[in-house]
Design a protein around this ligand. Structure first.
Ligand SMILES: Nc1nc2c(ncn2[C@@H]2O[C@H](COP(=O)(O)OP(=O)(O)OP(=O)(O)O)[C@@H](O)[C@H]2O)c(=O)[nH]1
Length: 293
């Protein structure tokens, strides 16, 4: 049996969450059109007859001094030091800039083996593939390079083959039917956050975080009752999330309920959603500690 922890790293929007979801066949990490939507080191677990791969989805590596971005980088680097294999995702559609060089520089210094994946093959042109390969050859000559489309599930089996090749021998760390070890509150909050930011993506994608103060199972009614707060930074932003006549919040609720039900099969669901303003939570250490666990 093989068992490995795999850290997925890459620039924002390179497709890390999409790949994790394709591999784990269940929503474990939110995906969005806006970069930097992944804030935590999230785990997805893949198990088959070869063994188990435990994935950490690092936040998109992003160069900036702001406290939030600094924390995101710390989380990313920490996951690299603790894992058995690194899976480096590149979106070769975008030219390699300063951020890509910074990631490659960090990876070239680690002793952990690196598998590189040129992602979005479904939309890549031949010259973009060649440029991506050249970049990796120049900066990470010892790493394996694969080409895949996380979205279309093409080349993903080859990624698994390579990861298992590099995985050390070991017993399974999680039961065979697990696909994540995230607490239920966190998964629920991420589903709601995804629905919210995808609706108000241009106005305030990074101003939103979701808190779940209560999840209760009422046995007599066979109902899971969830209370959730969608927090924004200013009072004036509340209306954007709620939408005209409540249309946005309705869509957020409906979209979220559909996915949250999958977490509680056979049970009824009641989701109470409230939008609140939490002043400048992005520069608030206590709030950051809470959401960047
Ligand atoms: N065409 C195409 N689009 C993809 C592919 N993989 C991901 N995308 C899209 O790229 C965007 C970003 O994908 P994510 O999976 O959220 O990217 P990420 O690397 O997790 O982003 P962060 O959380 O910001 O670090 C989404 O719109 C995805 O649908 C792919 O293989 N092909």
């Amino acid at each position: 049996m093989k068992c490995a922890t795999v850290a997925i790293i890459g620039r924002p929007s390179s497709g890390k969450s999409t790949l994790l979801n394709t591999i784990c066949e269940m929503k474990v990490s939110i995906t969005a059109r806006t970069p930097q939507t992944t804030r935590n080191a999230i785990r997805g677990i893949y198990t088959d007859e070869r063994g188990q791969l435990i994935f950490t989805d690092t936040p998109g590596y992003h160069l900036s001094d702001k406290e939030m971005n600094k924390r995101l980088q710390e989380t990313a680097v920490k996951s690299l030091e603790e894992c058995d294999v690194i899976l480096y995702m590149l979106d070769a559609k975008r030219p390699a800039g300063e951020e890509e060089l910074a990631i490659a520089a960090i990876l070239s210094k680690t002793k952990t083996p690196v598998v590189c994946c040129l992602n979005k093959s479904d939309i890549l042109k031949e010259n973009e593939i060649e440029e991506g390969k050249q970049f990796l050859h120049d900066h990470l000559p010892d790493s394996t390079v694969l080409i895949a489309s996380a979205k279309k599930d093409e080349g993903v089996d080859e990624i698994l083959i390579e990861l298992f090749k590099l995985a050390p021998e070991g017993e399974l760390l999680y039961p065979v039917d697990s696909y994540t070890d995230q607490p239920v509150e966190f998964r629920v909050s991420e589903i709601i956050r995804e629905k919210a930011i995808n609706l108000v993506t241009d106005e305030l994608p990074h101003s939103i975080f979701v808190e779940i103060p209560d999840i209760e199972y009422k046995e007599a009614e066979n109902t899971v009752w969830i209370r959730a707060f969608i927090n924004v930074e200013r009072d004036s932003q509340k209306g954007i999330v709620v939408g005209k006549g409540g249309e946005n919040i309705k869509k957020i609720r409906q979209g979220s309920e559909k996915e949250i039900r999958l977490i509680f099969p056979g049970k009824k669901l009641r989701l109470d959603l409230q939008v609140k303003a939490k002043d400048k939570w992005r520069n608030n250490g206590i709030v950051l500690d809470k959401i960047l666990r």
